[in-house]
Design a protein around this ligand. Structure first.
Ligand code: SAH
Length: 338
């Protein structure tokens, strides 16, 4: 028996066609689940009894559980318990422009970025599609409001769980699903080149963010082991191809680590690396965690870095800091609660 929240509309269409039914039933099922919030299959009253009986044999609509909610200013962190007992987190942020949720894609993470708390727990398993969809459904229900945007920047490397996150995107993006516009969905990756290429062929108009964090292999190798497999030159070439193919602007994330990647020279190297590319750089003030030795760059160093990029005509912003006091900020999520 499979969880129904793991099914895209196309997957449900195939299911009904195989059963000898009209594929339009998939749309009806989506409307029940995502528009009417009706999760009891027996109550899908516009579908005939025999079909419902078969569906009840094939699907369940079991939910992961909210175990704890921590609240800070404009931010709530949700700790979820999965059906097998594993734990993950998601974060709700209130911006002027609406509500956004940062979802997790894996239990633990294998990328091993030296500065990231989430990666201290090695990957236990990928999240199933339904477990990602339900993070959104449960948060919407908890606050009784609709979510406007989604970032895949919680625990895990989304492109290390490619098929499941693509199905998640299709479900939340579907006009009969949660109808969250593709421009309001962002996938962030540490740079898994083959998957970036695959993603560029999908023609989803979803935003792509790349965690770069270093402008030379020397710097990046020290903090991101993935760079030894996919180095900066190859990554930048892939970003160029992606932009050429999709015509979309790419976000470059750059976490500001004191005395590691935040010198004037680093800024100049970064500006040279990105010159002429349709990208925008998001500087992330590092969120310190008690288990990891890295320090946050001073405001002065961040300002200098910003000004160097800005004066070289690179689009750049400094990310607003959210949720530090409840350990809900970037890189502070983990799959075990303290
Ligand atoms: N694995 C994906 C998704 C995680 S996104 C990726 O690497 O892109 C989370 C973002 O926060 C990444 O850019 C990550 O590098 C950054 N990050 C990790 N730890 C951080 C910390 N302590 N402070 C600020 N940003 C951090």
């Amino acid at each position: 028996m499979n969880n129904i929240f793991g099914y895209t509309k196309e997957m449900l269409e195939d299911y009904f066609i195989k059963m000898g039914e009209k594929k339009f039933k998939a749309t009806q099922v989506f409307e029940w689940l995502y528009i009417h919030n009706e999760y009891n299959i027996a109550n899908f009253s516009n579908i005939k009894k025999e079909v419902l009986a078969k569906m009840q044999e094939d699907f369940n609509a079991d939910f992961i559980k909210i175990e704890q909610v921590l609240e800070g200013k404009d931010v709530k962190k949700f700790l979820f318990r999965l059906l097998d007992g594993e734990k993950i987190e998601a974060v709700l942020m209130e911006h002027d422009y609406g509500l956004s949720v940062c979802v997790s894609s894996q239990v633990g993470c294998n990328m091993g970025c030296k500065f990231c708390e989430s990666g201290r727990l090695k990957k236990v398993r990928n999240l199933e599609t339904y477990e990602i969809v339900e993070q959104i459904l449960l948060i919407q229900k908890y606050i009784n409001k609709r979510i406007n945007s989604i970032v895949m920047m919680g625990i895990g490397e989304p492109f290390d769980n490619y098929n499941n996150i693509i199905n998640f995107i299709k479900i939340v993006n579907d006009p009969k699903g949660l109808a969250i516009g593709s421009r309001h969905i962002t996938v962030s990756t540490c740079g898994l080149i083959p998957k970036i290429k695959e993603f560029s062929n999908l023609e989803l108009q979803v935003n792509l963010a790349i965690s770069l964090h270093g402008a030379t292999d020397e710097v990046r190798n020290k903090i991101m082991p993935v760079n030894k497999v996919y180095n900066i030159e190859a990554l930048i070439d892939t970003i160029k191809e992606y932009i050429a193919k999709t015509n979309r602007r790419v976000t470059i994330e750059y976490v500001m680590l004191n005395m590691i990647n935040d010198s004037e020279n680093d800024a100049i190297n970064l500006a040279n690396l990105l010159k002429g590319l349709n990208v925008y750089v998001n500087l992330i003030p590092y969120n310190e965690t008690k288990n990891i030795g890295f320090k946050k760059s001073s405001k002065d160093r961040i300002d200098k870095f910003f000004n160097i990029l800005n004066s070289r005509k690179i689009n750049v912003t400094v990310r607003r800091e959210f949720g530090g006091n409840i350990k809900a900020a970037c890189g502070q999520l983990r799959s075990e609660s303290d």
